[in-house]
Design a protein around this ligand. Structure first.
Ligand code: NAD
Length: 364
């Protein structure tokens, strides 16, 4: 789908959202958009993002796009969950008061059909606060040996190693990876890759994070804007969305783009452009599914080794997409979408989903 300048209503209809709801968060003066995209395969799940948007419509558009990506992510990761997302138009530095935690938890309980977790602006401490107040907040206990972001980083690492094999680097660790963003995912990813002996160039808008990577991991560093020009085997976007666009793609000097960020392609056409340029692209929702898979651990459906093994399947999954895409002449992001859409169509035809699957109430 090409999204262009669509209004939120057009986009919700075009993307086939089941429900989009705007809720007032108590007396905080804040509003949350909860977008339920598709629950054919199971109950609605997706993180809560909090940031200040230029216009409230932008928050709605973000919720629509991100919730759709959750449907695709869960389906591709073979999970019995549907896609949703909550987006709060608020300042994560000043708006996260006790009143906010109480009121947002109450809003989630009142809304009912949505299970959520952290995302940009809602960190592990916020998740803990909210999980004390509502069962609707997903929560891997702090004492566990795995975390959602750590699992996401493991999945990205596996996909990077798959890319290294696909571009025939020998040994697979003889690569140079350029990482954009050293946060909850980018930092553990950088640490794992450095432990593997992989050469790193990193950037972040926070100079302290760059200094730590240079000092502790032996990484080279560039300014945030210069990361697109780095001559590397793999570019790993682990910060913001829409970083692959008509301005940045012509600057890329890499053989593959494989990273954690959601919605990396500004538009699906930019995935086509990468393909035309011979740059291997790991579709974001395939590569970054580790955090969502942590739900299986949280629900007691698997133990720590089991969930790590499940996340490591992301490597072969993305390698299959690249192989099949090449054989069929279809860019990997289009092939991934097609696989998910076929799966949803088959499930709808069978009448699966909405009434069955995992009960949300027992999570968290
Ligand atoms: P985070 O906020 O912890 O880290 C983002 C990092 O990027 C920060 O260090 C920030 O300073 C830096 N940054 C921001 N803008 C930048 C820019 N323009 N250039 C360079 N650095 C910049 O977020 P996170 O949890 O690490 O998630 C990173 C991305 O991965 C997001 O797009 C998120 O939606 C996605 N993701 C995260 C998870 C997870 O488990 N945390 C799961 C799936 C997808």
């Amino acid at each position: 789908m090409e999204q262009g300048e669509m209004t939120p209503l057009d986009l919700a209809r075009d993307m086939r959202h089941e429900e989009v709801c705007i809720l007032r968060i108590g007396d905080t003066g804040l509003r949350v958009v909860i977008a339920i995209h598709d629950t054919t395969l199971g109950p609605a799940v997706g993180g809560t993002r909090m940031m200040k948007y230029p216009r409230f419509d932008d928050a709605i558009l973000d919720a629509l796009r991100l919730s759709r990506a959750m449907t695709y992510k869960a389906a591709m990761a073979e999970m019995s969950w549907g896609g949703a997302k909550a987006v709060i138009d608020g300042d994560p530095i000043i708006d996260k008061t006790d009143l906010f935690y109480d009121a947002y938890a109450e809003a989630l309980d009142r809304f009912g059909r949505f299970h959520t977790g952290g995302d940009m602006g809602i960190d592990a401490a916020d998740v803990t606060e909210l999980a004390r107040r509502t069962k609707r907040m997903s929560h891997v206990p702090p004492e566990a040996g795995v975390s959602a972001s750590g699992l996401t980083a493991i999945g990205v690492r596996e996909a990077i190693m798959a890319a290294s094999r696909s571009i025939r680097r020998e040994p697979t660790t003889a690569i140079h990876v350029a990482i954009q963003g050293l946060g909850e995912v980018g930092w553990p990813l950088a640490r794992m890759l450095a432990t593997d002996g992989i050469r790193l160039t990193v950037t972040d808008t926070d100079p302290a994070r760059i200094s730590a990577a240079v000092r502790e991991l032996g990484a080279s560093a560039v300014s945030p804007d210069a990361i697109y020009d780095v001559e590397a085997d793999v570019f790993a976007p682990c910060a913001r969305g829409a970083v692959l666009n008509e301005d940045t793609i012509p600057r890329l000097r890499c053989a593959a783009v494989v990273g954690a960020a959601n919605e990396q392609l500004c538009d699906p056409q930019h995935g086509d452009l990468l393909n035309e340029l011979g740059i291997l692209y790991g579709p974001d929702y395939v590569v970054n599914a580790g955090g969502l898979l942590s739900l299986l651990f949280e629900r007691g459906e698997t133990d720590e080794p089991g969930i790590v093994a499940r996340v490591r399947q992301i490597g072969p999954r993305v390698a299959n997409l690249w192989r099949e895409g090449q054989a069929l002449g279809i860019p990997p992001h289009r092939l991934a979408d097609r696989i998910v859409e076929d799966k949803l169509a088959r499930a709808r035809a069978k009448g699966a989903g909405r009434t069955g699957s995992a009960p949300v109430e027992s999570v968290g």
